[in-house]
Design a binder for this molecule. Structure first.
Ligand SMILES: Cc1ncc(C[n+]2csc(CCOP(=O)(O)OP(=O)(O)O)c2C)c(N)n1
Ligand SMILES: [Mg+2]
Length: 490
């Protein structure tokens, strides 16, 4: 093949070279994208330009050609043939962002207020104002060494509470880790929340074996938080498929939260691919809060946010103002309706901003100006916007506000004080549930050996070595439960 022929072929494979400005719409990025490495030339023709030999009899080749000329055979359902070489990198010029309230909490002209009763609205407001106090107290308590870790949701209260409020009691919820407000809005008590963070004897879900914020509440349909990013997504796709197949659970729905950073994981694509093909009612709720720890979205993706990926998987998709509680409520209700009726996935991208640090292990002033954070917390504050709406309905007053904040504070402090004083679960709990052990089955030997070893060490040093003597006292039964030394437990 001649050099110019090779180049023509290359162009068809890789697109125009980077120095030719594309004519179509492109998403702007702050830093230019790296020059793409040219793909190897495929052996569609040999060095002499002869076509490759296509095997099979004439009839077979005809049949194959017939199948391959059908659009469905080429992996699309609705594509049409075109003689124009049209390249694109977005599904629309820019995907719009749906909102009901403006930054100051006034109804946007032409918008429709979702149906919401005074009680529902006030319940949402209660959770939205409770969570900052919970976050503040637990954040400070980590700083004082009273718990090991914490993550706040400051700035994302509307996205998290608005979406939770749109779900129903029988629904399944998969969180990433920043959605404690969704769980509280579903009925998780402050005592349960504190119990998990302190890992005390009332931590029914994780029994003191998980880091703080790794909540688990099967009774509320809330699946255990797992920190490796996006692992909740294939699980949610599986749960949605299970709901689709379960005759007794028709009408229930899954909601799966994930961040803009998690959407770069392979599991994101695995999950959406699986859900789009197998079906099952699932709301994929992306909290696009601008950052994945220190990585801003400008370095996370070059396309039009996360929403543009929905149509690629054939999912109904919406982008919503994540700081507008009413818009989120309305969009997720509609998402739920579509998901349940169509037994399929729906993608919601909520645009918001993470006002707090990523976690107690992070100092966000290292990678973003503090002024930017201050501006977000004042100018586009989701709580202020929702309160302005409540006030416009005459559902809320200054007096109500004072009373609620005082009550929230005292509720949080009471639960905090109580949780800190409770003992930790039995020490032997750490060896339970590591393997699923069915009826009549034995715990694997390796676990029993470790348990027995701890028992022997406790017998030897538990009373004579001061750090262990002190630590033992924090556990129910003070470690006696593992001191039988055969590893079988008491
Ligand atoms: C597989 C995996 N890689 C990296 C991490 C470390 N990590 C924890 S949170 C996080 C950022 C996630 O950002 P995003 O999904 O946008 O959620 P956000 O924290 O903004 O709510 C990273 C990289 C992890 N937990 N798991
Ligand atoms: Mg993020």
């Amino acid at each position: 093949m001649r050099v110019d022929e090779k180049l023509t072929l290359l162009l068809q494979i890789t697109g125009p070279p980077p120095n030719v400005p594309p004519k179509h719409h492109t998403t702007t990025t702050s830093t230019p994208l790296p020059t793409p490495t040219p793909l190897p030339i495929f052996p569609t023709a040999d060095e002499k330009g002869r076509p490759l030999y296509v095997s099979g009899s004439q009839a077979e080749r005809m049949a194959r050609a017939g199948r391959m000329s059908s659009p469905l055979r080429r992996g699309t359902h609705e594509s049409w043939w075109s003689s124009e070489m049209g390249w694109f990198n977005a599904v629309a010029k820019t995907i719009p962002t749906y909102r009901v309230l403006d930054e100051e909490g006034h109804l946007v002209r032409g918008s429709q207020t979702p149906e919401i009763s005074q009680d529902e609205a006030l319940a949402m407001y209660r959770t939205m104002t409770l969570i900052p106090i919970v976050d503040n107290v637990l954040y400070q308590s980590q700083r004082q060494g009273r718990i090991s870790f914490y993550m706040q949701c400051a700035g994302e209260e509307a996205a998290i509470v608005g979406s939770s409020a749109a779900m129903l009691a029988g629904d399944e919820m998969f969180g990433q880790y920043r959605e404690s407000a969704a769980l509280i809005h579903r009925g998780f008590t402050l005592d349960s929340l504190m119990a998990q963070c302190f890992g005390n004897v009332e931590d029914k879900g994780t029994k003191g074996r998980m880091m703080p914020v790794h909540y688990s509440a099967p009774e509320l349909g809330f699946h255990t938080i797992t920190s490796p990013l996006a692992t909740q997504m294939p699980q949610a796709a599986g749960a949605a498929y299970a709901l689709k197949l379960d005759e007794e659970r028709q009408g229930d729905c899954v909601i799966c939260y994930f961040g803009d950073g998690a959407a770069s994981e392979g599991d994101f694509h695995a999950a959406l691919g699986m859900n789009s093909v197998l079906g099952g009612p699932c709301i994929w709720f992306c909290r696009n809060n601008g950052f994945a720890i220190s990585t801003p979205i400008i370095d996370q993706y070059a396309g039009d946010g996360i929403a543009s990926r929905g149509p690629a998987y054939g999912l109904d998709t919406i982008r919503v103002d994540g700081n507008d509680a009413l818009a989120v409520l309305s969009a997720v209700r509609e998402a739920r309706r579509r998901a349940v009726e169509g037994k399929k996935g729906v993608l919601v991208e909520a645009m918001t901003y993470r006002v707090g640090h990523h976690s107690t292990s992070d100092d966000s002033s290292m990678y973003r100006p503090i002024e930017e954070v201050k501006e977000w917390s004042v100018v586009d504050n989701p709580i202020h916007r929702f309160r302005a709406f409540l006030a416009s309905k005459k559902w809320w007053s200054e007096e109500d506000e004072k009373k609620l904040l005082a009550k929230n504070k005292s509720d949080v402090m009471r639960a905090f004080g109580r949780a800190e004083k409770l003992p930790k679960p039995k020490l032997g709990e750490m060896f339970n549930d590591v393997w699923g052990v069915g009826k009549g089955e034995e715990v694997p030997g390796v676990i029993m050996e470790q348990r027995a070893e701890l028992g022997r060490l406790l017998k030897k040093y538990g009373d004579v070595w001061e750090p262990w003597r002190r630590e033992r006292k924090r556990f129910v039964e003070e470690g006696e439960d593992v001191m039988d030394c055969d590893g079988r437990g008491s």
